[in-house]
Design a protein. Structure first.
Length: 370
């Protein structure tokens, strides 16, 4: 039993610390996941709580894991772990059955698990938490009560500050496919010999009040007595998916400019705002000012957004505005607005508004590389 208790402490402590840290590195990504769940369960009125809940969850996970692993307020930590597992284990079972969102987000974008894999993980963690609860009486206190609570309080404060730092200045570790050093076009290629998803398509036709399913091989193409009702496609085999897929840029002036941007030789800057109306006016003005400066220096500058045409009309100011899928924009940079510096289609730097360099930095960069 002693060995099992030690193993339980290690597994639970390290798992909860890891889960909390990867979420804190990318708090906005965790907020997006909360938003997805709220939409899936038709409780969109809670969307404004997505970010606070994301920071609260990762802080609770890290603090509970820290407590269990180090022994500081260990009994409290064990109870915290048990409460979290009692809440999330049945919840993940429901998610596994209904699959409203394919990836649970329990380890952020660092590790992707299916909902069934997440449920299995939670069953194991719940069992280990029960082991610790059974042996809770044998747990010894390391320091005086006041000192232990002070340590926990400082841990919570420092961890929240770490989360806020990543929120303001972009994640210290980029788990996204659009990380620095990536040549976007290369990550869109399907490797030779690999196949994509395989779907089985069926067609439902109706004749004389009777509906019947057909396949591509036997549907009544030449029999006008059959009336088409609907088409169904079911995924039968998951294929290879490039790390970057569905990347497309449409200029409101020139149409599809994806290849133009990716094949451009030299520097270009992408200003990314998933929704212009959600961004701070001051931050947008900062980006637009930089954009006009770069355009004067003949450096390509694009504003990428998923905002509609009517909304974009409120911001069009001589810069090139383009539409991109919102999910893609969220994956490109965790900021609104955020910025990506490309050179020959490769991501060189990424910034939020908080650490966006000034005009002098760009002037020196372009001068050195001429």
């Amino acid at each position: 039993m002693r060995v099992l208790k030690i193993v339980s402490r290690l597994v639970i402590g390290l798992t909860f610390i890891f889960s909390g840290v990867v979420k804190a590195i990318d708090p906005l990504g965790s907020a997006y996941k909360f938003h997805d769940y709220f939409q899936a369960f038709n409780i969109g009125f809670l969307n404004s709580l997505s970010l606070p809940l994301a920071i609260l969850l990762c802080t609770a996970e890290f603090t509970a894991g820290f407590s269990v692993l180090t022994g500081v307020r260990q009994k409290t930590g064990i109870m915290g772990v048990l409460i979290l597992m009692v809440i999330f284990t049945p919840l993940t079972f429901i998610l596994a059955l209904t699959n409203p969102v394919s990836d649970c987000g329990c380890f952020g974008d660092a590790i992707h698990l299916t909902n069934w894999q997440t449920f299995g993980k939670n069953i194991i963690l719940l069992a280990l938490a029960i082991v610790l609860i059974i042996n809770k009486k044998n747990t010894k206190q390391l320091f005086a009560t006041a000192k232990e609570w002070l340590i926990i309080l400082l841990t919570i404060i420092l961890f929240i500050l770490f989360s806020l730092y990543n929120l303001r200045y972009l994640p210290v570790i980029d788990f996204l496919p659009y990380k620095t050093g990536v040549k976007i076009a290369d990550q869109m290629i399907m490797p030779e010999g690999m196949s994509g998803d395989v779907y089985q398509t069926t067609f439902i036709y109706e004749k004389d009040g009777t509906k019947k399913e057909f396949t591509l091989n036997n549907y009544p193409a030449n029999d006008t007595n059959w009336k088409f009702v609907e088409q169904k496609s079911v995924l039968v085999k998951k294929g290879y998916q490039p790390s970057i897929h569905g990347f497309s840029i449409s200029s409101i002036i020139d149409g599809d400019i994806t290849r133009k941007v990716l094949d451009h030789k030299g520097y270009s800057v992408l200003m990314i705002s998933k929704k212009l109306a959600d961004a701070r006016e001051k931050s947008l003005a900062q980006g637009f000012e930089l954009g006009r400066y770069l355009v004067e220096k003949r450096i390509d500058f694009y504003v990428l957004t998923s905002s509609g045409a009517l909304e974009m009309k409120n911001y069009v100011n001589g810069l090139e505005f383009c539409t991109v899928d919102e999910t893609t924009l969220k994956s490109m940079v965790r900021a609104n607005p955020g910025y990506i510096l490309l050179k020959d289609g490769e991501i060189i730097e990424k910034w939020s508004s908080a650490n966006l360099p000034g005009k002098d930095w760009f002037a020196k960069l372009f001068l050195v590389t001429k």
